[in-house]
Design a protein around this ligand. Structure first.
Ligand code: UGA
Length: 440
C-alpha cells in the first residue's frame, strides 16, 4: 500500500521506516530540510536503538523516500499524521499549530477514498474538528493513537501491545466510510494483526482519550511510588523493597514502579497537563484534579535530589564540583525534552555549583539547551575531582560503574542515586556516602 507519514520526529521517522519494512511504499514528509536530508541518506536524525538498522534494511528496497514537499503525499491511500503537540507557552494546553498546519497543507492533495490517520497526541475533540475539515474531499479521518516508547520505538511499532482505531460513527456504529477506512488500516497493519495484536475499534472520542488516559495512568503510577518514597524517607523504610512487595500482586504489577527522579520527556509531563486543561474546558476539571498532585509529586523529586546533594556536600553546593551522570530523560534515548536529569543539573548550576554533565548520547542536545553547563564525554572524565556524583539517568554503563574505581577519581566519595539502581552496600563498602530517594 502507498502510505505517507507527515512529521518525521521520534514517532514519524520510526513509523515510516517500520511501515516500509512491512512491505508498504512510504513517503515521509517533514518541514525540516535537515531532517529530511539525513533520513533520505539513510541516517537516523536522533538516537533510537534499532532505527539505523531498520533504515539500512529498507534502503535497498526503494520503498522508503523522504520529502519536504507535501505534494509528494498525493497518491498515498493512507496518510499518517505524526507531528508534535508540545505544551503551549505559558499554559497547560497543547499547542496544536503543527497539527493544524500539516493538516491544512495535506488537504489539497487528498483524493476520494483516502484515509487520514491521526497519530499525534491531541486533546479530545480535535479529531472531530479535523474530520469536519475533510468534508467535500471524499477522504475519511480515523484516529489511530500511538503507544511507542522511546528506546523501544521500533519494537513497539512493529509489535504493538494493541492497535486502536477511532472511526467515524453514527448512532454508535461505524459509518460505511468508517468501515472502508478500517479495511485499509487492517491492510496496513496486516502483519501485526496476523500476529494476534489486540485491536480495539471505537469512536473518535474514545480513541483520543485512550492515549491520554494511558499516559496519565503511567504518570500516576510513577508518582504513586514516588509519594511512597516520601513516606519511606520519613520512616526509614525502603521504597525499592516496598515496590517489589506490592508489585507481586498481579493487579498492581512491578513495571513502572521505579521510584526516583520521576518522569520527564516529550510526552508524560505535557500530556497530563494538556489533559487537565481539556478537562477544564469540558467542565469536568474535578475528574482530573488528582493529576495536579501527580505533577507536583513529580516536580518535588527534582528539588529533593538537589537537597540530597546539598546534604552530602555538608550543607552547601556553592563552589562544589558536582558530576551528573545522565542528561537524557531516560536511558537509550538522546531526548532531553523536560529531562529530570538536566533539570537537576541546571538547578545546581544556578545555585552556584560547578556542574559537569555526561551522557552516552544526549550531550549534544543537552549542550544546545544549557550551553553554560560543562559537559564531559565519559563518566570517568565527568567525575574527576568531584565533591558529589549524581546518577540521574540509569544508562546501563552507569549502573555497572565500579565504586572502587570511580572512588579513585573523585575528591569526595559521595553519591546520590537518583534512580535507585545502584547497590548501596557495594558503594558503602567502597567508602562512599550513598543517598537515594526513598531508601535509608
Ligand atoms: C511514554 C509512554 O510510556 C508511551 O507508551 C507513549 O507512547 C509515549 O510516552 C508517548 O506518548 O509518545 P516515553 O515518553 O518514551 O513513553 O517514556 P517512558 O518510558 O514512559 O518514561 C517516561 C519517564 O518516566 C522517564 O523519564 C522515565 O525515567 C520515568 N520513569 C519510568 C520512572 O521514573 N519510573 C518508572 O518506573 C518508569
Amino acid at each position: 500500500m502507498r502510505i505517507s507519514v507527515i512529521g518525521c520526529g521520534y514517532l514519524g521517522a520510526v513509523h515510516a521506516a517500520s511501515m516500509a519494512s512491512l512491505g508498504h511504499d512510504v513517503v515521509g514528509i517533514d518541514v525540516d530540510p535537515g531532517k529530511v536530508a539525513r533520513l533520505a541518506a539513510g541516517t537516523a536524525p536522533f538516537y533510537e536503538p534499532g532505527l539505523p538498522e531498520l533504515l539500512a534494511k529498507v534502503a535497498d528496497t526503494g520503498r522508503l523516500t523522504f520529502s519536504t514537499d507535501m505534494a509528494d503525499a498525493a497518491g498515498a491511500q493512507v496518510h499518517f499524521l505524526c507531528v508534535g503537540t508540545p505544551q503551549q507557552h505559558g499554559e497547560f494546553r497543547a499547542d496544536l499549530s503543527y497539527v493544524d498546519s500539516a493538516f491544512t497543507a495535506l488537504v489539497p492533495h487528498l483524493a476520494p477514498g483516502d484515509v487520514v490517520a491521526g497519530k499525534s497526541t491531541v486533546p479530545v475533540g480535535t479529531a472531530e474538528d479535523l474530520a469536519a475539515r475533510l468534508a467535500g474531499t471524499g477522504a475519511t479521518l480515523v484516529w489511530n493513537p500511538e503507544f511507542l516508547r522511546e528506546g523501544f520505538a521500533v519494537k513497539d511499532t512493529l509489535h504493538p501491545d494493541r492497535l486502536v482505531y477511532g472511526l467515524p460513527t453514527e448512532a454508535g456504529v461505524p459509518t460505511p466510510e468508517g468501515e472502508a477506512a478500517r479495511a485499509l488500516l487492517d491492510e496496513v497493519y496486516a502483519t501485526p494483526l496476523s500476529e494476534g495484536t489486540p485491536l480495539v475499534v471505537t469512536d473518535y472520542a474514545t480513541a483520543q482519550l485512550v492515549k491520554v488516559a494511558a499516559n496519565s495512568f503511567l504518570a500516576t503510577k510513577i508518582s504513586f511510588i514516588n509519594a511512597m518514597a516520601e513516606l519511606c524517607e520519613a520512616t526509614g523504610a525502603d521504597v525499592t523493597r516496598l515496590a517489589d512487595a506490592i508489585g507481586y500482586d498481579a493487579r498492581i504489577g512491578r513495571r513502572f514502579l521505579n521510584a526516583g527522579l520521576g518522569f520527564g520527556g516529550g510526552c508524560l509531563p505535557k500530556d497530563i497537563r494538556a489533559f487537565m486543561a481539556r478537562a477544564g474546558e469540558l467542565g469536568v476539571d474535578q475528574a482530573l484534579s488528582f493529576l495536579r498532585e501527580v505533577d507536583a509529586i513529580n516536580m518535588r523529586r527534582r528539588v529533593r535530589v538537589v537537597d540530597l546533594v546539598r546534604e552530602v556536600c555538608a550543607g552547601s553546593i556553592v563552589g562544589r564540583r558536582v558530576a551528573v551522570l545522565g542528561a537524557a530523560f531516560k536511558p537509550d534515548s538522546d531526548d532531553v525534552r523536560d529531562s529530570p536529569a538536566l533539570s537537576v543539573a541546571a538547578q545546581m548550576q544556578l545555585q552556584g555549583a560547578h556542574v559537569t554533565v555526561t551522557d552516552p548520547q544526549a550531550v549534544e542536545n543537552a549542550r544546545a539547551k544549557w550551553p553554560d553547563i560543562k559537559f564531559a564525554s565519559t563518566a570517568h572524565e565527568a567525575v574527576q575531582q568531584a565533591d558529589a556524583v549524581v546518577l540521574a539517568t540509569e544508562w546501563a554503563e552507569y549502573r555497572d560503574l565500579d565504586p572502587a574505581e570511580v572512588g579513585q577519581l573523585v575528591a569526595h566519595r559521595a553519591i546520590v542515586d537518583g534512580r535507585n539502581v545502584l547497590d548501596p552496600a557495594a558503594w558503602r563498602a567502597a567508602g562512599w556516602t550513598y543517598r537515594a530517594l526513598g531508601r535509608p
